[in-house]
Design a protein around this ligand. Structure first.
Ligand code: DGL
Length: 262
């Protein structure tokens, strides 16, 4: 069995890189639904059905453990997948998301006012506020939607992304941590760290997901032993463009990318 990773686009590749660095021995299949992004601007029904299609596809590719490396799809679809879809469709498969590990990491420091920057759909779900306050009901959580960032990052317009990021963070007042609640945003983490005061901790998912997956596999030996260890990576996207090819090549030098529409 392989490890499947799913996102709408480039964000998931950044998380896959983190997995490969922390756990290079496993076999990975990455699927990015680039033809239909941004997911953050879709309805919950669309996000749910696109995510189910991608998960089914990764299961067909022999993935026994699948990480939804997309906050938007995690917010809208993970609970349904874990409680309804997977038990009837593929009960031996495990599907995990990125929100809970991020929340655990964010509360590990000394925090009281946390900002969350995410897509429209993630903010609409209030998943971060809900999960953070489940751990500590006194936390003040400020969720702000940043709908311009994913499209700008995907069209390789980092000047527009930086200008938009500077605008979005003006909405946060006196926070001690900022969760980058979208896996595309690690591509801008340097910008956020530069824009925010030094004492604000920027929680970036590329820096935490590798250790979280390692920890998960240590605690779930029954899953760990079912995973193959060939050190391979297959990257598939529903639509391929040159920018994607360049980013993938920068992350995984010389990697071939397959196009596969669902
Ligand atoms: N990387 C996805 C996330 O974490 C971006 C979603 C989108 O396509 O808008 O939310």
């Amino acid at each position: 069995m392989k490890i499947g990773v799913f996102d709408s686009g480039l964000g998931g590749l950044v998380v896959t890189k983190a997995f490969k660095q922390a756990l290079p021995e496993y076999d990975y299949v990455y699927y990015g639904d680039t033809a239909r992004l941004p997911y953050g601007e879709k309805t919950s029904g669309q996000i749910l059905s696109y995510t189910i299609e991608a998960i089914k596809y990764l299961i067909e590719q022999n993935c026994g453990l699948i990480i939804i490396a997309c906050n938007t799809a995690t917010s809208i679809a993970l609970r349904y997948l874990q409680q309804r879809f997977i038990p009837s469709f593929a009960p031996d498969t495990k599907v995990l998301g990125v929100v809970i590990p991020t929340v655990e990491e964010a509360v590990s420091g000394n925090v009281s006012r946390i900002g969350v920057l995410a897509t429209n759909a993630t903010v609409r779900s209030h998943i971060y506020q809900t999960e953070l306050q489940k751990i500590n009901s006194k936390l003040e959580v400020f969720e702000v939607a940043a709908p311009e960032l994913v499209p700008a990052i995907e069209r390789d317009d980092f000047a527009a992304a930086e200008a938009a990021a500077a605008e979005y963070i003006r909405a946060f007042d006196n926070i001690d941590s900022l969760i980058l609640g979208c896996t595309h945003y690690p591509l801008l983490k340097g910008v956020f760290r530069h824009l925010l005061p030094e004492n604000v901790r920027v929680v970036s998912q590329d820096e935490l997901m590798g250790a979280k997956l390692r920890d998960y596999l240590r605690r779930h030996v029954e899953i760990d032993i079912s995973l193959s260890r060939g050190g391979s990576l297959r990257v598939l996207v529903s639509r391929l463009n040159n920018h994607y090819r360049r980013v993938a090549d920068r992350l995984f030098s010389g990697i071939g990318i397959e196009e596969k529409a669902l």
